[in-house]
Design a binder for this molecule. Structure first.
Ligand SMILES: *Cc1c(COP(=O)(O)O)cnc(C)c1O
Length: 376
């Protein structure tokens, strides 16, 4: 007798394609929303000294307390809700906000899903959206509902509200700004969704360093709002570190199913070091925001493209004359890797997504595009 994969592994898992990350070799990498800048040389020695002193023979602080405090403070998590101090004391700690850290925000999405997963329960997000929401719905045996965005990528509010009413999703994810479209949804519409939802609404602010706007200050005004951040897009994607903030009544439940030591000691040490030098990352984000404007204008010069404004560190465009997949492949041959969204279909028909790189990388991309499109 041998074990049988077709009966042992859940059907929906067998049907999945593994999350595919293309090998970029030594190409110019403008496909994954990474910050193109390294830790500056003059800070590397200090970082390495901290790494050198890290006690990797010991388990790390299981709840990464020092880092949690530093991140919560840096990211502006309001410690309590907007009610007054005396009211709060009168009702105990009920209005308190808490935070939990994850091995990337991906792990936090998974924790939330695991905590609410009951067969038949649903996760809702606007579509197109971040792929991990639907993948994790499948991992945890939940149903995923993608509500199509309008043509201009704003929320289809009648459809959102009707679906919330009909399907009562346990979790709603709103990426703010949205990936892969790059736009911010209207804040008053997000609030309407929070008020309409019976379940939890997670505002995913992965691109906060480039959006410069946030729902974080409103935490605690609603009992079902959570805000998620990550250090990935600000320049520390290799660390795998995300933060989820919201009312303690939810966070304390998620914390029960978090694996102990999920934030390893090298991540804890490095992130604490990075926060001490947060201005370095803020300067990098500011450069990227400036380059985003440069790249937007340069791309908009091509008559073949319809370029969408972005509040993130990437730009979405639609090829209106020509073929997105051909352009993607031709760029690859020129040594520039971007993301081809055309295969996703729907509103992403003929769309390409380009991460903002360094000025040199962005110029190389534009030069390559000129070669490809002007000789076509
Ligand atoms: C990139 C991205 C994340 C980041 O996930 P990490 O696991 O923290 O790297 C989260 N949400 C959205 C919408 C993203 O685009």
């Amino acid at each position: 007798m041998s074990a049988d994969k077709t009966t042992l592994i859940r059907k929906e898992i067998q049907a999945l394609n593994a999350y595919h990350v293309p090998d970029s070799g030594d190409m110019i990498k403008l496909d994954a929303m990474e910050n193109p800048y390294q830790i500056p040389g003059e800070l590397k020695d200090e970082w390495l000294l901290r790494i050198k002193n890290a006690e990797i023979n010991r388990y790390p602080d299981p709840s990464a307390q020092a880092l949690t405090r530093a991140l919560a403070s840096y990211m502006g998590v309001p410690l309590y809700n907007s009610r007054g101090r005396s009211e709060r004391q009168a009702e105990g700690e009920a209005g308190k906000n808490s935070v939990i850290l994850g091995n990337g925000s991906d792990e936090l999405i998974q924790l939330m899903a695991m905590a609410v997963a009951v067969p038949g329960r649903k996760i809702l997000a606007p579509a197109p959206g971040f792929v991990m929401y639907s993948m994790i719905a499948t991992f945890t045996g939940m149903e995923y509902i993608g509500v199509p965005l309008l043509e201009n990528f704003s929320l289809d509010m009648p459809a959102m509200l009707a679906t919330i009413k009909a399907d009562q999703p346990a979790l709603i994810f709103l990426a703010y700004p949205n990936n892969p479209t790059g736009n911010l949804f209207a804040e008053d519409e997000i609030i309407e969704i929070i008020n309409a939802a019976q379940g939890l609404v997670v505002v995913d602010e992965a691109y906060h360093p480039f959006a410069c706007t946030s729902l974080m200050p409103r935490l605690g005004e609603f009992d079902n709002l959570l805000v998620m951040r990550t250090v990935s897009k600000m320049g520390l994607a290799g660390l795998r570190l995300g933060l989820l903030a919201g009312p303690d009544q939810w966070i304390s439940e998620f914390d029960k199913i978090r694996l102990p030591y999920n934030i390893n000691i090298l991540t804890q040490v490095t992130a604490e070091f990075a926060l001490k030098h947060a201005h370095v990352f803020e300067q990098q984000a500011s450069l990227i925001r400036q380059q985003r404007e440069w790249l937007f204008n340069a791309l908009a010069e091509f008559s073949q493209f319809n370029v969408y404004p972005s509040r993130a560190n990437f730009i979405l465009l639609r090829v209106i004359d020509g073929d997105a997949s051909n352009i993607f492949l031709a760029l690859k041959q020129q040594g520039v890797l971007i993301k081809n969204l055309h295969p996703s279909g729907g509103v992403l028909h003929q769309c390409l997504r380009i991460t903002v790189g360094t000025p040199e990388e962005n110029s190389s991309l534009i030069d390559a595009l000129k070669k490809i499109l002007n000789s076509a």
